[in-house]
Design a protein around this ligand. Structure first.
Ligand code: ADP
Ligand code: ASP
Ligand code: MG
Length: 455
């Protein structure tokens, strides 16, 4: 059993859809007992759906109607180019009309109520994946493949943490066993949606932006797949974001641990939670390029890859939009329990901390979710003096043997001697050195490091 996931750029237009048909056909020949095809929305569509919702919230129904027109145009064009005047075209246009009518009613509701909850957002975001998967399903049928269509919400059950829902694995496993696995006997290729899911009460949830990778991994685990393939628009996981550093190199093999550090600290090519289900069952995850399918891509597995003798640095990632909070209290001096109180505040507001560094009377920490910043400040102010700084970025250098090999920190910071570094966190793991810089410096910083370690 193979799980293949295609991101938005792999289904961005009619010719990309046709590429994916070829890839799926080959995947089926490699895995004749079954291929689950997990699709993202056509590129840009999730953004459009959410933009329309915000336009409606601001009472701009002209704007949200124009957004619906853009969504309609993108899908209609693909449908017409792929299906000419066939019955499939009529079927798909009916589906498109139905979904877009529903969307229009939802936008009107938001505008009248002046309210937009995470639950409503998920209900709106669902249309992108529902549309792309319907189009692709019809396309496989047109190419004579034995394909089935699955509404993933019948199987992928989550809690009701809307916009970042968590899978309920026991429920998913039962449904996969009882209702999905038997279907592969009839239709060995099954097309479904990434990103969206459902609560037990049938409310639509989503797994967070970029969550289709996570859907693929959850389904890979439930199906005990031989591999999870993430098909995207680059040749694999690279030594840096290729949009920033065009000379970035593909990394052939990375360990789960390295990949999770990179994904968590900004390598957008993979949703950070993807690795977890794969690790749980030791299922290799591959990152492959749908525009260059012959490239062998990156394999993420339990194996610790051999590093070259030139450098133990493997990749550089970065994450913008970071806020640092500086907590300072003389009460911390030689006292115990202070940090526990600080962390309890973040637990109370369900805000995760990325980096920390401490001195005897101060602790600095970073967060990327600022939704509850005011509440966090209020509570922390009861404990200590608080200051903060916005518009920062985390740079993460991932490599190997950081604890045992001298010189790594020296080389990193020597390279950045002209850049203001606000906070450093290293040594917590053997493979990660992270630090905080001003957002305005991050691109220069990443380019300099890449040049130093990879050129
Ligand atoms: P998809 O639509 O396939 O899900 P994404 O846009 O989510 O694609 O992820 C792919 C993009 O991730 C690439 O186009 C690339 O610009 C970006 N990216 C960021 N960091 C890295 C990295 N280290 N390696 C590869 N790609 C990266
Ligand atoms: N379509 C969703 C998004 O744009 C999920 C995904 O593509 O992974 O976030
Ligand atoms: Mg993605």
């Amino acid at each position: 059993m193979l799980v293949t996931k295609f991101g938005g750029t792999s289904v961005g237009d009619s010719s990309s859809f046709l590429n994916v048909v070829k890839i799926v056909e080959l995947a089926y020949s490699r895995s004749p007992d079954g291929v689950l095809v997990v699709l993202s929305a056509m590129s840009g569509v999730t953004n459009l759906l959410l933009t329309g919702a915000n336009q409606a919230l601001n009472n701009d129904l002209n704007g949200s109607n124009a957004t619906i027109d853009q969504i309609r145009h993108k899908h209609e064009t693909a449908i017409t180019e792929l299906f000419a005047d066939s019955e499939a075209k009529s079927r798909l246009n009916l589906i498109l009309d139905g979904y877009l009518n529903e969307l229009s009613i939802l936008y009107q509701g938001i505008s009248y109520l002046g309210e937009l909850s995470a639950k409503s957002l998920d209900n709106i975001a669902k249309f992108g994946e529902l549309l792309s998967s319907n189009i692709f399903f019809e396309l496989l049928l047109k190419h004579g493949l034995k394909a089935g269509y699955l509404d993933i919400r019948d199987v992928l059950i989550t809690d009701s943490d809307f916009s970042k829902a968590n899978p309920i694995m026991e429920e998913i496993n039962n449904r996969v066993k009882d209702s999905l696995i038997p279907r592969f006997k009839l239709t060995p290729i099954i097309v479904t949606q990434g990103f969206i899911a459902s609560t037990l009460n049938k409310a639509t949830t989503t797994l967070g932006r970029g969550g289709s990778d996570y859907s693929a991994a959850i389904m890979g685990l439930a199906l005990a797949a031989q591999a999870i393939e993430i098909w995207t628009d680059v040749d694999g996981m690279m030594s840096c974001d290729p949009r920033i550093v065009p000379e970035a190199k593909v990394i052939d093999e990375v360990s789960f641990e390295e990949a999770s550090e990179l994904a968590y600290f900004g390598a957008k090519v993979l949703h950070p939670l993807t690795i977890r289900p794969a690790v749980d069952n030791n299922i290799p995850v591959k990152i492959l390029n749908s525009k260059n399918p012959n490239h062998k891509g990156t394999t993420i597995s339990n194996k610790i890859p051999q590093v070259s003798d030139k450098s133990n640095i493997r990749a550089i990632a970065f994450k913008k939009g970071i806020t640092a909070i500086f907590v300072s209290s003389p009460k911390m001096l030689m006292a115990y329990g202070f940090l526990a109180k600080v962390f309890a505040v973040f637990e109370k507001y369900k805000t995760s901390i990325d980096l920390i560094s401490t001195s005897e009377v101060s602790v600095a920490l970073t967060i990327d979710n600022k939704t509850l910043l005011n509440d966090i400040f209020n509570d922390l102010s009861q404990l200590a003096k608080i200051t903060h700084k916005d518009n920062l970025a985390i740079v993460t250098v991932v490599g190997q043997y950081f604890r045992n090999q001298s010189g790594t920190c020296g080389q990193v910071f020597e390279t950045l001697k002209d850049i203001n570094i606000l906070m450093i966190s290293g040594g917590a793991s053997d493979i990660n050195l992270s630090f905080v810089v001003n957002e305005t410096d991050v691109i220069e910083c990443v380019k300099k490091l890449h040049q130093k370690f990879f050129d």
